[in-house]
Write a new protein. Structure first.
Length: 331
């Protein structure tokens, strides 16, 4: 389970996600420079491409990204889509890409959401796994630039679909159109206490006591399920206010929004003794390429700057994730 987010403050735009899993993968911050070739199983590769930074695993000199942003300001994240996802066999006349190749292809070639939309018109996401030990992960994707976001899903019933996402967030099941309609049930939730001054419970309903600030949000769902998280993170993002437009304020606010759907160890049991938690949260400035992250065990924000690397190189660069708790002692 995961939550994806695109967020703007002033002229700065940020893209990232929570990765919620019961498995703590040994991910690194991975930078793929422009001249490291991408090879695809059933399509022509990319000898040169946009540079990419994100969390991932490097297997056989191939970067397997969970999410990423490129040096043109386009971000993309794959989120679990367990039930509805369907990958098809290779289809003649289509651009056939495996699920583990989609992010590399789109971020490698595209600079904007509109360019990505054009690419998806001829793409078929295939049922090819990375290896015999790594079967295809059922995913759907959030793709964002500074102007807009889209959701890409492929199902057996509808094939590959691209949806405009005016909320700039994504979680997991069900399909995106459900999440969009489901928000209508929460149209009376408000960030204003004043909006809670009158009741519509019933005619002549007795006077009620205001219990304090936040009562306007009392209808927000509080579960860790994907439907509840979609509503809550959309509400938090759409009502978010930053005190200023500095980078520090913006990235702090970005992580605060993601923390509204944070998963704590012990609250979501997958099977006996195993719990899904927010393994990491990350966000990148789409204009500067600076990539920020925290982990479950280390809430201090760490950053890696894409543009401090040689982006014309052909060698992947990896930075080990800082997982150990850091505490600043004041006395």
């Amino acid at each position: 389970m995961c939550t994806g987010l695109s967020f703007a403050n002033g002229n700065s735009h940020y893209f990232g996600r929570n990765l919620d899993l019961e498995i703590d993968y040994p991910v690194d911050v991975v930078i793929t420079p422009r001249n490291h070739p991408f090879r695809f199983r059933n399509a022509d590769g990319l000898k040169t491409h946009n540079a990419i930074i994100g969390m991932g695993l490097v297997q056989n000199d191939y970067p397997l990204y969970f999410e990423g942003v490129n040096d043109k300001g386009l971000g993309m994240a794959g989120l679990a889509f367990w039930t509805s996802c369907h990958y098809f066999p290779v289809q003649e006349g289509k651009l056939n890409l495996a699920s583990f190749e989609i992010l590399q292809y789109i971020l490698g070639k595209c600079s904007t959401v509109e360019e990505a939309k054009e690419e998806f018109k001829n793409i078929n996401i295939t049922n090819v796994g990375f290896s015999s030990a790594m079967a295809p992960s059922p995913l759907h994707w959030l793709i964002s630039d500074a102007n807009s976001s889209i959701v890409v899903e492929q199902t057996e019933a509808h094939g590959l679909m691209v949806y405009d996402d005016p909320f700039n967030v994504l979680t997991n099941e069900p399909e995106f159109p459900f999440h969009e309609k489901n928000l209508s049930f929460y149209c009376n939730v408000s960030n204003h206490l004043e909006n809670f001054s009158e009741t519509r419970f019933a005619p002549n309903f007795p006077d009620f006591i205001k219990m304090g600030a936040g009562m306007g949000t009392s209808g927000l769902p509080g579960g860790l399920d994907s439907m509840s998280r979609f509503v809550r993170v959309a509400f938090t993002r759409l009502n978010s206010v930053c005190s200023n437009e500095t980078e520090e304020c913006s990235i702090q606010q970005f992580f605060h929004i993601l923390s509204s759907v944070y998963q704590t160890n012990g609250c979501d049991q997958v099977k006996p003794g195993e719990y899904e938690v927010t393994q990491y949260s990350c966000g990148a400035n789409l204009e500067t390429g600076r990539f920020y992250y925290t982990t479950y065990s280390n809430q201090s924000i760490t950053a890696v700057d894409l543009h401090k690397e040689d982006l014309d190189s052909d060698r992947i660069v990896s930075y080990p994730v800082k997982r150990d708790l850091r505490v600043e002692l004041q006395n």
